[in-house]
Design a protein around this ligand. Structure first.
Ligand code: HEM
Length: 415
């Protein structure tokens, strides 16, 4: 392993701990685009890490030159291969093993995203506010009298899973199990390898979704899954395999990241008491604080790998057709060429752009929903629990690391 490989390894293995930012700063000093030799999915593709905003935008805004689907270049799809390595091909597809908008580019991407993009408009998301508010209040009602809670288990985790499940029509009694599968899958994905049990969890998640679809075919309801089934039954716009992949993607993407934002964001505020005080004094700052929390230490560490469709150049580096290009979100979000004092948390910062929700055609579909949820979650928490404090010493806080994201296992607080 060379120097940059070691740095990357220490971040993704969790070895560098909760604060990988000094490593990212070193990587930025090495270059905007640095070679690493991590093999993924058993292949020895050359891989590159993109550490700065400008080059990240060049990659993400040009899906013709940098595709998410390597099989369109050389017939092999590293990510899918890794995930399907020991999966049963007869199992119902999920977005890990099948095709979803996340893993294809145009024209399929436009077709698949177009089927749900009308549901995820900021206007529609705004209309969900009363429901999200009610959920947030109910969760805090349960713990208010105790004077303490685990902010992850009691608040940050249940809020988003219930919101997305309501939208999709996932029955109440199944949500805890779905959460367990998603968690296990997220934590079991590693660079080029799967932890034991992940293939089984992916299979169970796919089978559960296929049963849910079969059930909704018989008993359609006023929910997004029923709407997607109607589209699939209409004809050639959505196949059954794509339907299953889409639903698993929406469930998975719709909650893990948002709960990480709420939990990690709360801890970041507790770490910066002067910012927390400023926010409590003026809750109209919450939307701007949410953008800064996303930038400062948002849930995703990297974006899904892209692959060069042609020999090309990026910041002086010669990228060969087929090379893997990985955008390091958390590094670009602290790029000193983009932000003044990027290592400071400043909830009043005017942010033009950040990468926490991606950029380009794959930019987060659920961004308007995540923003509404985070806005309500922080506002409600700070209004109802203005004396929020950690219940354990700061260095006992438990982090969890996955390949693409970082979050908290729990967060004991008193209020
Ligand atoms: C704070 C919460 C969230 C964060 C940090 C987040 C982050 C991201 C990022 C970084 C991407 C781009 C991935 C890439 O380019 O490789 C993405 C895509 C996506 N996100 Fe989110 N997300 C969040 C919440 C949600 C929610 C609530 C949903 C709701 C269903 C959602 C659904 C999706 C989907 C479907 C895509 C794929 C879009 C495409 O490929 O066109 N996300 N998200």
């Amino acid at each position: 392993m060379n120097n940059s490989d070691q740095m990357v390894f220490s971040v993704f293995s969790g070895e560098s701990g909760e604060n990988p930012f000094p490593i990212f700063a070193k990587m930025r000093a090495m270059g905007s685009v640095i070679p690493i030799s991590f093999p993924m999915g058993g292949t020895d593709r050359q891989a590159w890490m993109v550490t700065r905003m400008e080059e990240a935008m060049q990659v993400l805004k040009d899906s013709a030159r940098f595709t998410v689907d390597s099989s369109t270049i050389d017939g092999s799809n590293d990510v899918r291969q890794t995930l399907t390595g020991n999966a049963d091909p007869s199992a119902p597809p999920t977005f890990f093993t099948g095709y979803s908008m996340l893993s294809v580019d145009e024209p399929d991407h436009r077709r698949l995203r177009g089927l749900v993009s009308k549901t995820f408009t900021p206007r529609y998301m705004e209309s969900l506010r009363p429901r999200v508010q009610k959920l947030a209040d109910e969760l805090l009602d349960r713990v208010q009298a105790h004077g303490e809670m685990d902010l992850v288990k009691d608040y940050a985790a249940p809020l988003p899973i219930n919101v997305i499940s309501d939208m999709l029509g996932v029955p109440q009694e199944d949500r805890a199990q779905v959460h367990v599968w998603s968690n296990a899958i997220a934590h079991g994905l590693g660079l080029g390898k799967l932890e034991p049990g992940v293939a089984e969890n992916i299979r169970s998640f796919g089978e559960y979704t296929a049963h849910l679809v079969a059930d909704k075919r018989r008993h359609p309801a006023d929910d997004l899954i029923s709407q997607l089934i109607a589209i699939e039954e209409e004809g050639d716009r959505l196949s059954e395999a794509e339907l299953n992949s889409m639903i698993t993607l929406l469930i998975f993407a719709g909650h893990e990241t948002t709960s990480n934002l709420i939990a990690t964001g709360s801890l970041m505020l507790l770490d910066h008491p002067e910012q927390l005080e400023k926010l409590k004094a003026d809750l109209s700052l919450v939307p701007s604080a949410v953008e800064e929390l996303l930038r400062f230490n948002g849930p995703s560490t990297i974006l899904g790998p892209r692959y060069a469709t042609e020999d090309t150049e990026l910041d002086g580096q010669q990228i060969q057709k087929g090379d893997m290009v990985i955008v390091l979100t958390k590094s670009a979000n602290r790029d000193e060429q983009q932000y003044t004092q990027p290592e400071e948390l400043d909830i009043t910062r005017k942010i033009n752009r950040h990468l926490a929700l991606g950029q380009g055609i794959h930019m987060c579909l659920g961004a308007p929903l995540a923003r509404v949820e985070a806005d309500i979650a922080f506002t409600t928490l700070l209004k109802r629990m203005p004396n929020l404090r950690l219940r354990i010493p700061r260095d006992s806080v438990n982090w969890k690391f996955t390949l693409s994201s970082q979050g908290l296992a729990d967060l004991p607080v008193v209020f």
